[in-house]
Design a protein around this ligand. Structure first.
Ligand code: PMP
Length: 395
């Protein structure tokens, strides 16, 4: 019956992680993952999350199904965190989703139903799952130019030129901050230019914000979404709280759709609910209760933001640390890209072969594309990582 089912080749990043786990070398360093680790090399449990969870434990109550669109307090708090006061909340349809991935999937299914002719344009390169999720919804996925390998930064003219060719009504996926995998972000002025282009050409932006707070700050990172919304541009926004609450396995995210008026937002929310019902019926309770509690309490919210600021600054310090260490080993090398990129990742420009050599010879693991997780570096691993990089770059 199942003879025709081919083996799953596995996810390249997850497979690499398994390989790392099985590597017996004691000095191994894993920079291939997509998670934030603290200075001790551990995934943190955030203070505000623990405090909220402790309070909830005293009052667990029953666990009925949530409505299809999720926990009301969570949706309200998340909407404020994403949009600030850029647009009246009654014009935004907001659904709690299973992480950022769930938001992309629900959005993809909604687009396939209501904009069946639209292709989804993603940056080249992008998070691999963007391709899989949108294709899985039956949509055509195309790429727009984004990255300049020569500088390690955004090829902004190339991006604008590419977006000029996108047909009106097509969807453009934009990383709001901390571009995965490159770490190359637009600045505020560039976002304004993209917003003007998107508005003039009638494109439909779909923001993906999986790293809010890891770029310049919680509000700064949401700037592009808020700016587009304030310009009256209808848009989708997927958010994830996996990283910024360190709640990966709780699957907390949201999908927001900014509409022209409250009536449209009501209708869109209704159809998002229908999409969710068809997929998994309703989202889980626990993570959303934690986040709603943290964001709904001034003291806990302030503490969460302070701790997140600390995480962001730690990542920035690791960028600078790796930059300094590489400059020391290769004074002629150009590592400027490291300190100009933002967020958890950096595209190093290392080839697949160089990455493989680093793994085999030095037990330092990067993704084959050359993506390095800055957020997994610690003071102790900067030197071995820089040694391994310098060794292959000097060949
Ligand atoms: N978008 C991007 C760009 C990501 O990097 C990720 C995951 N790291 C996601 C979405 C999905 O987030 P989640 O794990 O919350 O599903």
């Amino acid at each position: 019956m199942f003879k025709h089912v081919e083996p799953f080749p596995g996810d390249p990043i997850l497979t690499l992680n398994e390989q790392f786990g099985a590597d017996p070398r004691p000095n191994k360093v894993n920079l291939s993952i997509g998670v934030y680790l603290n200075e001790a090399g551990k995934m943190p449990a955030m203070r505000a999350v623990l405090a909220a969870e402790t309070a909830l434990a005293a009052d667990l109550g029953t666990r009925p199904y949530l409505p299809m669109e999720g926990n009301a307090a969570y949706r309200k708090a998340v909407s404020a965190l994403t949009f600030g006061d850029a647009v009246p909340s009654e014009r935004i349809a907001v659904a709690q989703t299973l992480g950022g991935s769930g938001a992309l999937k629900v959005g993809g299914d909604f687009i396939a139903r209501y904009f069946p002719q639209a292709a989804v344009w993603v940056s080249d390169p992008t998070w691999d799952n963007h391709h899989s999720i949108f294709q899985g919804s039956g949509l055509k996925v195309k790429k727009y130019r984004y990255f300049n390998p020569a500088t390690g930064l955004v090829d902004f003219m190339g991006m604008l030129n590419a977006l000029e060719t996108v047909p009106a009504g097509d969807v453009v996926l934009l990383h709001a901050c901390c571009h995965n995998p490159t770490g190359a972000d637009l600045d505020a002025q560039q976002w304004r230019e993209v917003a003007a282009l998107v508005k003039r050409r009638g494109l439909l932006p779909f923001f993906d914000m999986a790293y809010q707070g890891f770029g310049q700050g919680v509000d700064e990172d949401a700037f592009p979404i808020r700016h587009f919304a304030a310009q009256g541009i209808p848009l989708f926004a997927a958010t994830s709280f996996s990283k910024n609450f360190s709640l990966y396995g709780e699957r907390c995210g949201s999908l927001s759709v900014v509409c022209a008026d409250a009536q449209q937002a009501d209708n869109v929310l209704g159809q998002l609910k229908a999409t969710i019902r068809r997929n998994y019926s309703n989202p889980p309770t626990h993570g959303a209760r934690i986040i709603a509690r943290v964001l709904g309490d001034a003291a806990l919210r302030a503490d969460w933001r302070a701790e997140l600021d600390g995480m962001r600054l730690r990542v920035a310090a690791m960028r600078k640390g790796l930059y300094d260490a590489l400059r020391e080993r290769m004074p002629q090398g150009d590592f400027e890209y490291l300190v100009r990129q933002t967020g958890m990742f950096s595209y190093t420009g290392l080839t697949a072969q160089e990455v493989e050599s680093m793994r085999v010879e030095s037990a330092v693991y990067l993704v084959g594309s050359g993506r390095l997780c800055i957020a997994a570096l610690t003071q102790a691993t900067i030197a071995p990582a820089a040694d391994a990089m310098a060794r292959v770059l000097k060949r």
